[in-house]
Design a protein around this ligand. Structure first.
Ligand SMILES: [Zn+2]
Length: 386
């Protein structure tokens, strides 16, 4: 998406004597429901750049390796050894074209969100000993074989960089770290790392990426600071509709005239809410209802203190946040799906949609969209410059 905006802005600026065209040539997404989002994103990129890409959409990155490549391998080192210089499978099933397509794309730029469950503190921190190390091996094998000039790998800050270097031997890496506040979303916590991989023979670093990131973050911090209350964009009818859906799911009679939705919370959620209310009053000597930026995550117990009280940020969306409620004491309700998407930059309201040059995503009950809330889609996108 950033690449499309860049392409449009450069072409509209008239500052270069040629037309920039960076079409996507292939995308990988393991989870079928998330493929819907990938298609939507590709369409948005095409409308923004006024171009078409016809990119392939593949599913499992492991299909790049021969099916018996990891047979009998125990542990990371053996897997790495057995796939060293192994040939790629040339074809894979493509959901876009409905047939087997050639995966060997000569792309200039590869942008990948590689699996984080084995890295993060929320997981077991198995790192290279975890099962997802084979995805890094496949990715490294592909980008090494194709001599992809530029990589961008997104993951949690706990990413096993030693494994990334092992699996991508021909690239030099620059590891950047970011928080949403670096791009104006001060009200959300989500630490990420962005690793730039530059092929040793095919690229030259012209500008210090750390310096560029620092300059951009300073500009955003100075000009945009969206806080939790800025994300509360649901209308009264949208809030009631979501309450009605939850009442049906939980078998609790729906009370259309009751603005306080605490009656729809489960026993554990109520206990967490009450525990955090007490903690907040003890710590800050004020009632939680007086803080418009206060959010509790009710998917954890009160002992974990998953709240925005100290950081002023919505706790990081995790796998269990798909069903867990983010409670807003001042509003006496939870954040709706639309508001959570808004906090992540989705075009859920007209103003945001217009700034992104797209239609407002008013229909937020699409299965793919719901499934992806609170999780990180494993998106891999390969683009080529021409
Ligand atoms: Zn295809």
């Amino acid at each position: 998406m950033a690449r499309s905006v860049l392409q449009r802005d450069i072409n509209e600026s008239g500052k270069v004597p040629f037309t920039v065209s960076i079409p996507a040539v292939a995308m990988w997404e393991y989870h079928e429901p998330c493929q819907h989002l990938i298609r939507e994103t590709a369409k948005w990129c095409e409308s923004l750049t006024q171009s078409s890409s016809d990119a392939c959409l593949f599913s499992d990155i492991m299909q790049m390796l021969p099916s018996n490549a990891l047979e009998g391998c125990e542990g990371y080192s053996q897997k790495l050894e057995s796939t060293h210089n192994i040939g790629l499978c040339p074809y894979a099933s493509c959901a876009h074209h409905g047939r087997l397509c050639d995966i060997r794309k000569r792309a200039d730029f590869d942008c990948s969100g590689l699996p984080c469950p084995d890295m993060s503190t929320a997981g077991k921190k198995l790192k290279r000993a975890g099962v997802t190390s084979q995805v890094y091996i496949a990715h490294g094998r592909y980008t090494t074989e194709m001599q992809t000039p530029l990589l961008l790998i997104e993951c949690t800050p706990e990413l096993d960089m030693g494994m990334v270097e092992d699996t991508h031997p021909d690239h030099d890496f620059y590891q950047l770290f970011s928080e949403p506040t670096d791009v104006g979303f001060r009200g959300l916590a989500r630490s990420r790392t962005w690793v730039i991989g530059a092929h040793r023979q095919r690229t030259t670093c012209l500008y210090d990426p750390f310096q560029i990131q620092s300059t951009l973050s300073a500009a955003f911090r100075a000009n945009v600071q969206a806080q939790v209350s800025d994300f509360l964009v649901a209308s009264p009818s949208e809030i009631q509709m979501e309450a009605s859906r939850v009442s049906l799911q939980r078998g609790i009679p729906f009370l259309s005239h009751e603005p306080n939705l605490a009656y729809l919370l489960g026993k554990g959620e109520l206990s967490t809410k009450q525990g955090l209310d007490s903690k907040y009053m003890n710590l800050y000597q004020q009632h939680p209802m007086s803080n418009n930026n206060l959010v509790y995550f009710l998917g954890d117990s009160a002992a974990y203190c998953s709240w925005s009280a100290s950081s002023q940020k919505i706790p990081t969306y995790r796998l269990n946040s798909k069903s867990g409620k983010y409670w807003l004491p001042a509003q006496q309700r939870w954040m709706t799906s639309k508001e959570r998407l808004c906090s992540m930059g989705f075009p859920c309201v007209k103003e945001v949609a217009e700034s992104m040059v797209c239609r407002c995503s008013a229909q937020l009950t699409l299965p793919g969209l719901q499934t992806c809330v609170g999780t990180r889609c494993t998106l891999r996108l390969v683009a080529s410059c021409s």
